[in-house]
Design a binder for this molecule. Structure first.
Ligand SMILES: [Zn+2]
Length: 125
């Protein structure tokens, strides 16, 4: 099994467009069993890539969550004053997509399950 992602989010660094490739049909079958019986990342739909132009004039990939919750800094003297005195805080929203650690945990669990099923065959099912 091979999990790949071509790019990461420019704002929150979550992997984008996660793709899973299987070595053979057995592995795909065991993966489908795992998806039926065990918890999986439920927020993977945020890890879809979109592109937005940033302040450097270039387009960068973003995840869906950062794309929808992007706050552009507007030039308003009152806003600048509030930001300087710490009344409001401007910054990226906390990421909600599946992070690298969660994806690695999921992959290790799937690999362990596939190894167990390969060792024991179809005895338990
Ligand atoms: Zn993001």
């Amino acid at each position: 099994m091979k999990i790949t992602w071509p790019k990461i989010c420019f704002a929150c660094q979550v992997p984008l467009d996660v793709d899973i490739q299987f070595d053979d049909g057995d592995e795909e079958k065991y993966f489908d069993e795992f998806m039926d019986f065990f918890p999986t990342p439920t927020n993977l739909h945020y890890n879809v890539s979109a592109k937005r132009r940033f302040n450097d004039g270039k387009f960068h990939p973003m995840c869906r969550w950062c794309f929808d919750n992007h706050r552009k800094i507007w030039m308003d003297p009152r806003m600048l004053r509030d930001r300087e005195i710490g009344k409001i805080k401007l910054g990226p929203p906390p990421p909600k997509g599946t992070t690298h650690e969660e994806l690695a945990l999921f992959a290790s669990r799937v690999k362990g399950y596939i190894a167990t099923r390969r060792r024991h065959g179809d005895v338990y099912f």
